[in-house]
Every structure is written in structure tokens, then in C-alpha cells.
Design a protein around this ligand. Structure first.
Ligand SMILES: C[C@@](CO)(OP(=O)(O)O)[C@H](O)COP(=O)(O)OP(=O)(O)OC[C@H]1O[C@@H](n2ccc(N)nc2=O)[C@H](O)[C@@H]1O
Ligand SMILES: Nc1ncnc2c1ncn2[C@@H]1O[C@H](COP(=O)(O)OP(=O)(O)O)[C@@H](O)[C@H]1O
Length: 313
């Protein structure tokens, strides 16, 4: 049995509307998710022991059973006990490039890679849909990370509808090392501030269809209309995160000064991204912001919109 190495892509949210309450305590969402080619490298090897071991080279990522990659392997063990008994344990190595607690779904993409990689290692022949459904048991963003590309995500984020690829766009990602935002905190704080505006009857999906405002950006994506995509970027979490962290608002202003097509916070933050129509333009925006903000705490990356979430290499 040989080992597998996979690239697990980060995601950004081009649109994130918090619609209301769900009976399970989660929030009902309308999001547009986009894979970008800033990737972690995941290696999955058969082990001599009957245990799951995870090693990651990032100090903020746990090397134990709370790692989402471990939890994905553990789910495969419980779903396929006979296969596990036949093949034994696995060693998983995570080489991190995606910043942690950044709103880029690094942990979710690692878990997605483990589901796909263990399917290959154990020769299970699962479909992408089956991997997505397994992923949904572990986290709301994992089904998208399995599928990748450009997608509309509803429900708690796990219901996916494909959208046309936007492969000719580039993104500059910017993250202050000292600003890490927990997803739980963001949802809780949003609820405390905006609960009065929530839709209270999440039973009817038709009712949501009437209230959700993602139609314009979906149309713009379908027509590759970049200026409208930029104008329709939306993330409801900005309303609670930007006032708390004014440096992120300044970052957005600098991105626009530098000629970005559009700029937004990703997920629950704290990454701010800017969109550009060429690699040269993205490089120039990155240099401008590096020079004007001149902070050793600020890290920047240029990446390209990607058509897939997980790639076996
Ligand atoms: C905000 C988003 C946007 O893409 O991404 P990140 O900022 O984490 O990257 C996601 O909704 C994060 O999804 P994910 O990180 O998979 O969340 P989960 O593990 O399922 O849930 C973490 C916690 O977030 C809250 N949560 C999550 C999803 C949702 N639709 N409603 C919620 O209220 C719940 O409090 C839950 O306990
Ligand atoms: N494989 C993993 N990679 C990154 N973070 C992980 C992983 N497993 C567990 N975590 C924990 O999940 C938290 C959220 O991390 P991450 O997925 O990078 O961010 P986000 O939810 O903002 O997209 C971190 O605080 C980290 O300790």
C-alpha cells in the first residue's frame, strides 16, 4: 500500500449573508465560496501501528485528536471498521501554508484532503458526493473544501450548487499575525448584535429565496462580469469585526487605493482579500500595501482562483 500526497486549497467567501436561525442552533447562510491556490500539503501513509497519528509544522495547530485531519481519519475508521482492521492505522503529515484561524478554512481543507486521501489509500471508491456527506458530519465548510471551485453554499454552508469557474481572477490575501478570530466568537457576537433581524421561520426554503440577496452576484459570476462581482462582494461579519479591529478597515482602504477591483474580509476573518484581473496587478497591489502599511505583523500572499479544492499529486 503506497502513500498519497494531496494539496488542500484555501477558500475565500465572495459573499456571506447571515439569513437567520436554524433549529440545530447554527445560522442559516447564503454564501459564495471560492477555492484559491494557497495550499497545505497533506501526506497520508499507512502505519505499522493501529492508530491515527497527525503531525503539523505549525505551532498553533494541535498534533492530537482535536486536529480536524485526525477527526476526519477517525470518522473513516468508524465508518469503515472492516477496512481499518484490514489496513491498520495511518500517519498524516500536514505542511501548513494556509494561515491558521484566518477565515480561509485551513482546518476544513485538511479534513477534506484526509477524506479524499483515505478513500484512495483504502481503495473504497467513494463518490465525491459521499465524501462531501462525510465531511458535513465534521464541519459546515468541509463539503465545499472537498468539491472546490466556485459554488453557492446554503443551509449551514453544506448545501452546494456549482457556479461557473472564475479561473482568470487573482487575489491578494492579507492577514495580521496578531489578529486571529474564532469562528464561534464571530457567530455569537453577530447573534448578540443582530438577532432581532433574523428570519425566525427557517422551515420554508421558498421564504429564504425571497429574502436572500445573492442573486446579483450569482448573475455577475454567470456572465463573468468582474466589475459587478466586485461591487456585490458582501460579508455580514464585517459589521462586527471591522469596528473591533480598525486596522482591517484601513487594510481595505489601502487595497482600493492600490487599484484593487474589490476587497472583502473572508469568512469570520481576519484575512482581508483584494481581487485583481492579472497576476501583475495583484503583485503591484501587494507591493503597494506592503510599502504603505510597512508592518512586520502583516503577511501578504498572491494566489489565483482555483477550479478544485483537493488535488492529488
Ligand atoms: C464562517 C465560515 C464561512 O465560510 O468560515 P470560517 O471563517 O470559519 O473559515 C463558516 O461558516 C464556518 O464554518 P466551519 O468552520 O466549518 O464551522 P463549524 O465547525 O461547522 O462550526 C463552528 C461554530 O460556528 C457556528 N456556526 C457555524 C456555521 C453556521 N452555519 N452557523 C453557525 O452558527 C457554530 O457556533 C459552530 O459551533
Ligand atoms: N488541521 C488544522 N489546521 C488548522 N487549524 C486546525 C486544524 N485542526 C484544528 N485546528 C484548529 O481550528 C481552529 C480554526 O482554524 P482554521 O481552520 O485555520 O481557521 P478558520 O476556521 O478561520 O477557517 C484553529 O484555532 C486550530 O487550532
Amino acid at each position: 500500500m503506497h502513500s498519497y500526497t494531496l494539496l488542500a486549497a484555501a477558500k475565500i467567501n465572495l459573499y456571506l449573508e447571515i439569513v437567520g436561525d436554524r433549529a440545530d442552533g447554527f445560522h442559516e447562510l447564503a454564501m459564495i465560496m471560492q477555492s484559491v491556490n494557497l495550499c497545505d500539503r497533506i501526506t497520508i501513509e499507512p502505519s505499522d501501528t493501529d492508530s491515527i497519528r497527525v503531525t503539523c509544522n505549525h505551532p498553533d495547530v494541535p498534533n492530537n485528536s482535536s486536529n480536524l485531519a485526525y477527526r476526519a481519519a477517525d470518522l473513516m475508521r468508524s465508518q469503515f471498521p472492516d477496512t481499518f482492521a484490514k489496513y491498520g492505522g495511518v500517519n498524516i503529515t500536514i505542511d501548513k501554508s494556509i494561515p491558521v484561524a484566518a477565515g480561509l478554512a485551513g482546518g476544513s481543507s485538511n479534513a477534506a484532503a484526509v477524506l479524499v486521501g483515505m478513500d484512495l489509500l483504502w481503495n473504497l471508491g467513494l463518490t465525491q458526493g459521499e465524501c462531501e456527506r462525510l465531511g458535513a458530519q465534521l464541519g459546515s465548510d468541509i463539503p465545499f473544501c472537498v468539491r472546490g471551485g466556485t459554488a453557492l453554499a446554503t443551509g449551514r454552508g453544506e448545501k452546494l450548487s456549482p457556479l461557473p469557474d472564475l479561473e482568470d481572477l487573482y487575489v491578494v490575501l492579507a492577514k495580521y499575525e496578531s489578529i486571529a478570530i474564532s469562528t464561534g466568537w464571530a457567530y455569537q457576537t453577530y447573534r448578540q448584535t443582530y438577532e432581532a433581524e433574523y428570519i425566525r421561520d427557517p422551515e420554508s426554503i421558498v421564504a429564504y429565496g425571497k429574502k436572500v440577496h445573492s442573486g446579483k452576484i450569482v448573475q455577475a459570476i454567470a456572465h463573468h462580469n468582474y466589475s459587478t462581482i466586485a461591487a456585490e462582494l458582501r460579508n455580514d461579519f464585517e459589521k462586527i469585526v471591522l469596528p473591533e479591529h480598525p486596522r482591517l478597515q484601513t487594510l481595505k482602504e489601502e487595497f482600493l487605493q492600490a487599484g484593487a477591483l474589490g476587497t472583502l474580509m473572508s469568512g469570520s476573518g481576519s484575512t482581508i482579500f483584494a481581487i485583481a484581473q492579472s497576476q501583475d496587478k495583484a503583485d503591484a497591489i501587494k507591493s503597494h500595501v506592503e510599502t504603505t502599511l510597512n508592518s512586520p505583523d502583516l503577511n501578504l500572499w498572491v494566489a489565483r482562483f482555483a477550479p478544485a479544492g483537493i488535488r492529488v499529486i
